[in-house]
Design a protein around this ligand. Structure first.
Ligand SMILES: Cc1ncc(COP(=O)(O)O)c(C=O)c1O
Length: 390
């Protein structure tokens, strides 16, 4: 049996996969088991922020694996403490405390749990078209409504406003509201975002009502927004809680809940916990990621490369608009482009779909090179123009 046959035989059938097996990678290049080469403009759901086998990440993981693998949170861990310190430094001038866990879903669930516990209130205001995770509780606050077929049990406590529309938020508020959770750029939802003043109005409203503002930076965080390590900081926002995951550890399972000190001071021992969260190896990989993100000129380069991609894509005939920011981009067309992801894959280019049929997603590793951007633009243009000519 080859890998595809074996997986189909033995793995639970929850994924719709393309029938290829990636076996090797370097930077933004990947190879499958037939030797075919791919340029990665998707980064495995925006996870591989440092591309494949980044030397600093690989070196750190190897060193840690030789020293000590894992121990649980009953003892202190140097990699976890060093990482918390490093993440906190990226949020200055505002002080935050860091809780390390394993996935975006778990980070959001912890954030909602903290908000409910501290406020003694139950209701959460979320946004239509936002995505927050696949656990039963997170489906409840996810506004991509197709997920609600699983009947999440906190839906009755969640209501959905419209991103960019403050009146819709105000209309949903009542005395039992604990928090607002907001995915600032709705990635899976098709890269919708609001104008910057909306996020400030949202924060001001939450402060005024004494409810917590949770910003889900699972996708926008860890440098992907292109302006700062955090989208919130890039626009001068100071949320009560920020969650992140995806690119945090360059592919190792890790996520973080960043809790502003005025909230963190009220969190108590036994309010929450996890077995794997803050494991030495993911933390050490994550430290290498944050050291790279904060190294001289790195974010400026991400911004420059983002502009190069946006300019290049905007110039392609048939492209209606480029949405999003940094290296979290959506390419919008006038018609359904469900065919485009597969057509690019056939030509050795990996891009992503979205829940909007007219939008594909472009989320390359942050370390993407100019050479790979040029190659991407050539293939992307060619695939679109050949299809239009048919
Ligand atoms: C904005 C956002 N929040 C939360 C999640 C859930 O993260 P995970 O799949 O790691 O649980 C995702 C995953 O795609 C996401 O995009």
């Amino acid at each position: 049996m080859n890998t595809v046959e074996k997986d189909n035989e033995f793995s639970l059938n929850v994924y719709k996969r393309y029938p290829l097996t990636l076996v090797k990678g370097k930077g933004a290049r990947l190879w499958d088991d037939t030797g075919k080469e791919y340029i990665d403009f998707y980064a495995g759901h925006a996870v591989c922020s440092m591309g494949q086998c980044h030397p600093a990440v690989t070196e750190a993981i190897k060193k840690q694996a030789d020293e000590m693998t894992f121990y649980s949170n009953i003892f202190y861990s140097k990699p976890a403490a060093d990482l918390a310190e490093k993440i906190a430094s990226t949020l200055l001038p505002h002080p935050y405390k860091i809780y390390l866990t394993n996935s975006g879903s778990e980070a959001n669930e912890a954030a909602v749990k903290i908000a409910r516990k501290l406020s003694g209130k139950k209701k959460i205001i979320s946004f239509t078209n936002a995505f927050h995770g696949r656990s039963i509780a997170n489906i409840g606050i996810t506004g991509v409504m197709s997920y609600h077929k699983f009947e999440p049990n906190i839906t009755s406590y969640t209501s959905f406003a419209t991103l960019g529309d403050m009146d819709s938020v105000k209309g949903l508020y009542d005395e039992d509201t604990a928090a607002v959770i907001c995915e600032p750029i709705q990635s899976i939802g098709g890269m919708y975002m609001a104008d910057t003043p909306f996020y400030h109005d949202l924060q001001a409203f939450c402060r005024d009502k004494g409810i917590l503002l949770i910003i889900d930076e699972v996708q926008t965080g860890c440098g992907r927004n292109g302006s700062d390590v955090w989208f919130s900081r890039a626009i001068g926002l100071h949320p009560d809680i920020i969650t992140t995951a995806k690119g945090i550890a360059a592919g190792l399972p890790l996520s973080a809940v960043m809790v502003a000190s005025h909230v963190a001071d009220k969190v108590e021992v036994y309010d929450h916990a996890t077995t794997f969260g803050g494991g030495a190896i993911p933390c050490i990989a994550s430290l290498a990621v944050f050291n790279t993100l904060t190294s001289d000129g790195f974010m400026k380069e991400v911004d420059r490369k983002s502009k190069k991609i946006i300019d290049g894509v905007r110039a392609i005939p048939g492209v209606k608009n480029v949405l999003g920011m940094g290296l979290l981009l959506g390419v919008e067309f006038d018609s359904d482009v469900a065919w485009l992801v597969k057509a690019c894959l056939d030509r050795g280019l990996i891009i992503g779909s979205s829940s909007r049929k007219t939008v594909v997603r472009i989320t390359p590793p942050l370390v993407i090179t100019d050479k790979d951007i040029d190659a991407f633009l050539e293939i992307f243009t060619s695939v679109i123009s050949h299809h239009d000519a048919e």
